[in-house]
Design a binder for this molecule. Structure first.
Ligand code: SAM
Length: 286
């Protein structure tokens, strides 16, 4: 089904970026370091891969076979092109797939990777649903936005309660992850550069061009918090529009976590995964 206009515009805004979410190659390698024994027989699933910024780091840092999935076909085409150019298409295959309906066989993967994408279905739903895809002792690595300060700035809190009400503080996120039956192997905060270098700065340029292209559609190009330009980040190499104040506040609220799934799901756990899907409800700990 072709995407609706809002989705098309969103993807237009994100086209041509080095990556589609915050992250760095060093952070991907650091998280991979938590996972033991990633060898040529290991199978990795990268969920919500975008154009594959982290997928290519995984491919470069390990000999594993990698399957990368995303719902946006142009991202998948771009990643498959890169894999061919790099001569690694025999062990990096990208496919269009919906993370909420992954049809791989049970136990297909040793490692599931998900940078900046699990929010699309929710942390609990993703962790419980994807668990069946892991082999015994398999791992999950993910990044997820969370509060790292008890009292975030009011504008930031208002933005997130509107845009992503599921955001919570780090300890609540940790508890939720463990309630899904995973053991935390390691975690760290992404550095500020993960937000700025390959993400917000290039995105800001895209926003500027997007506004120019759609200047005749004011509804598309203004936001309720638009106002004259001001500096958005101390020490940054140039001013950011005030619309980025919220973005600047986000610097400290993403975590990277690597988890280990200690055991496969039993039948009743599988049924509960289904109920999360169907009702969207939160379920009690596995
Ligand atoms: C914030 S981007 C992160 C992309 C990439 N991991 C990165 O860090 O550059 C989220 C990605 O999730 C993908 N996505 C959104 N909904 C999805 C779904 N239901 N199934 C698979 N991918 C989805 C988007 O197309 C997008 O590429």
């Amino acid at each position: 089904m072709p995407p609706d206009r809002a989705t098309s515009l969103l993807y237009e805004l994100f086209s041509g970026l080095p990556r589609q979410g915050p992250g760095t190659a060093a952070s991907t390698r650091r998280a991979l370091g938590f996972v033991p024994d990633v060898g040529p027989r290991s199978r990795v699933l990268d969920v919500g891969c975008g154009t594959g910024a982290q997928t290519l780091v995984l491919a470069d840092s390990s000999p594993a076979h990698i399957v990368a999935v995303d719902i946006h076909p142009p991202f998948i085409d771009a990643l498959n092109r890169k894999a061919h150019e790099l001569g690694i298409a025999d062990r990096l295959e990208a496919r269009v797939a919906d993370m909420r309906r992954l049809d791989f066989a049970d136990g297909s993967f040793d490692l599931i990777w998900c940078e900046g994408a699990i929010y699309n279905m929710g942390v609990e739903a993703g962790l419980r649903d994807w668990r069946r895809l892991l082999r015994r002792g398999g791992h999950v690595a993910l990044t997820e936005v969370c509060w790292r300060k008890p009292e975030p700035p009011a504008a930031c809190a208002a933005f997130w309660s509107r845009e992503y009400p599921a955001i919570r503080d780090a300890s609540a996120l940790l508890e939720a992850i463990e309630a899904c039956g995973y053991e935390t192997v390691g975690r760290f905060s992404l550095p500020a550069s993960a937000w700025w270098d390959d993400y917000y700065r290039p995105l800001q340029d895209n926003v500027t061009r997007f506004r120019e292209r759609h200047h005749d559609s004011p509804r598309l190009t203004t936001t309720h918090h638009d106002s004259p330009r001001r500096t958005g980040r101390t020490g940054a190499s140039g001013p950011l529009p005030a619309g980025n104040r919220h973005l600047a506040c986000l610097l400290g609220i993403l975590w990277l976590r690597v988890l280990r799934d200690p055991r496969p799901l039993n039948e009743s756990q599988r049924a509960r995964v289904e109920s999360v899907h169907q009702s969207g409800a939160t379920v009690s700990p596995v």
